[in-house]
Every structure is written in structure tokens, then in C-alpha cells.
Design a protein. Structure first.
Length: 277
């Protein structure tokens, strides 16, 4: 009886050591996901900066105003690097699960031949080892599907925004203002672009907004409270629209600075301050 207990203890101890030795291998996909997504976000941020600072190599200035703004604002332009990173990770993760899982199953069968009384089946052992990569596979599929629908929704909103501006004959002036302006404000939010303040328009590449100062009826600084730190945003109310536009900042001073610049520009343009307070 004691020999059987000792044998089972040896089985479990050996199996635990085996699983602990594979822990680093199991964490490869999650670590790769975090590192590559972070690099992709930084690359996206740099791409948005190039657009705002007019450093892009693309010959977009020759396009008509509507095509110009759609090309710099469309979701695919800024998010392509993240989409491709997720696709590559999904392919690598799938290959890792299928190939690695197959060879691991063979190892488990050999282990079972050596220790036929071991209570855990080879299939269960494989699923246990590859539980994290399998979970990451579902996460990546969800992110890709979610990104697809968000891209369609956001591009539709951008198209409607440009149509609205075009119907008011404002896009030509907006393009001129975009190229002429050199006032850039850093929002401090890594997933959001810097703001470009023209003489007549406020530009945000991501999320995509072109806001004529003449359309703003109210603007105020609000705060979101969270455990990780407070986040501030400018809350815009536009004339003849029930929609609110929110642009986020990491610091209240940056949000107040943008608000003051918009107030100053609007006062200089129209000779009065008609904002609601």
C-alpha cells in the first residue's frame, strides 16, 4: 500500500515538474501579444503624428478636399498595423496550438506507456498545457471581428461627417486651414492623435473629427474618475446637433489650453463669445 502511494506521489511530482518546465513556453503567445500590440500602437501613434505635422510621404495634398480628408481619417490608415499584428499573432498561435499540441500529445502517450496508472489522460494534459494559447486564440478572433465591425461603423461616421461639411461648402476651407496651421497640442493619450488647431477648424486624426469653430455652441472640461488616475475630456456641443463630441486628455491643463484657444479664435472671428457656460 505504501509503495502504491509512493509511486503515485512520484507520478504527480514528475508531472508537476514537467508542467512547470513548460510554463515559460505556454506564456510565449501572451507575452508576444503584449509586446507586439504595444509596438503596433506606438507605430500607429507615430503615423498619426506624421499626418498632423505634415510629414507623410504620401502625395495627398493634390487630392480634392473630400478625398484628402477621407484618406487621412479613414480607420484603415491608422489601424492597419494593429490589424496585421493581430492576424500574424493569430496565425502563429494557431500553428503553435496545432503543431505543438500534436507533438505534446505524442509525448503524453509515451509518458502514459511508462506510467500506465497515471490518472490524467493525454488529451486533458494537452488541453491543460495549451489552455492559455487556446484562450488567446479566442481573444484574437474576437478582436479581429470587433475591429472589422468598428471599422465599418467608424468609416460610415467619417463619411457622414465629410458629407455634412461638403454640403455646407466647408471642406475646401478646412483643407487650406489644415495645411496652414502649425498649432499642435499633445493630448497625452497614446491611443489618440494630437490635436491641430487651425484658424477656423479643430482637427483630430483619431478619433476622426473636423470641427468648425462656428458650429460649437458649448465646450467644457469634464473629468472621469478612475483608480488608475483621472482622465479629462473636452465635451463639445454643436449647433443643430444632439450629438456630443468628446476628446480626451491626460492632463486638465492641456484640455483647458485647447478650450481657451478655441474661445480666443471664436471671439476673434466673430467679435463676440456666444458660448453657453
Amino acid at each position: 500500500m505504501n509503495m502504491k502511494l509512493l509511486q503515485k506521489q512520484i507520478f504527480f511530482t514528475g508531472k508537476e515538474v514537467f508542467l512547470m518546465g513548460d510554463f515559460a513556453q505556454m506564456m510565449f503567445i501572451p507575452v508576444a501579444f503584449i509586446v507586439l500590440i504595444f509596438i503596433a500602437i506606438i507605430t500607429k501613434k507615430r503615423g498619426m503624428e506624421k499626418i498632423v505635422f505634415l510629414e507623410s510621404n504620401d502625395k495627398l495634398e493634390d487630392l480634392n478636399p473630400r478625398d484628402f480628408f477621407y484618406n487621412i481619417l479613414k480607420m484603415e490608415r491608422g489601424s492597419k498595423i494593429i490589424y496585421w499584428t493581430e492576424i500574424i499573432l493569430l496565425i502563429v498561435d494557431t500553428a503553435y496550438i496545432l503543431v505543438g499540441g500534436y507533438f505534446q500529445y505524442l509525448k503524453e502517450m509515451e509518458f502514459l506507456k511508462e506510467f500506465p496508472d497515471f490518472p490524467i489522460s493525454p488529451v486533458s494534459s494537452v488541453f491543460l498545457k495549451f489552455s492559455i494559447p487556446i484562450f488567446m486564440w479566442f481573444v484574437l478572433v474576437f478582436l479581429l471581428v470587433f475591429a472589422y465591425f468598428m471599422q465599418k461603423k467608424e468609416n460610415k461616421r467619417i463619411t457622414e461627417m465629410l458629407d455634412n461639411l461638403d454640403n455646407h461648402n466647408l471642406l475646401t476651407y478646412a483643407k487650406e486651414d489644415f495645411f496652414k496651421s502649425d498649432r499642435i497640442v499633445d493630448t497625452g493619450i497614446i491611443a489618440q492623435s494630437d490635436l491641430k488647431l487651425g484658424d477656423y477648424y479643430l482637427f483630430c486624426v483619431y478619433p476622426a473629427y473636423i470641427i468648425p469653430y462656428s458650429w460649437i455652441s458649448n465646450i467644457k472640461v469634464d473629468k472621469i474618475y478612475s483608480r488608475g488616475g483621472n482622465c479629462y475630456f473636452l465635451n463639445f456641443t454643436l449647433k443643430n446637433s444632439s450629438n456630443f463630441i468628446k476628446i480626451f486628455f491626460s492632463k486638465e491643463s492641456a484640455a483647458e489650453k485647447v478650450r481657451e484657444l478655441i474661445l480666443k479664435n471664436k471671439h476673434e472671428l466673430y467679435g463676440r463669445d456666444d458660448f453657453k457656460w
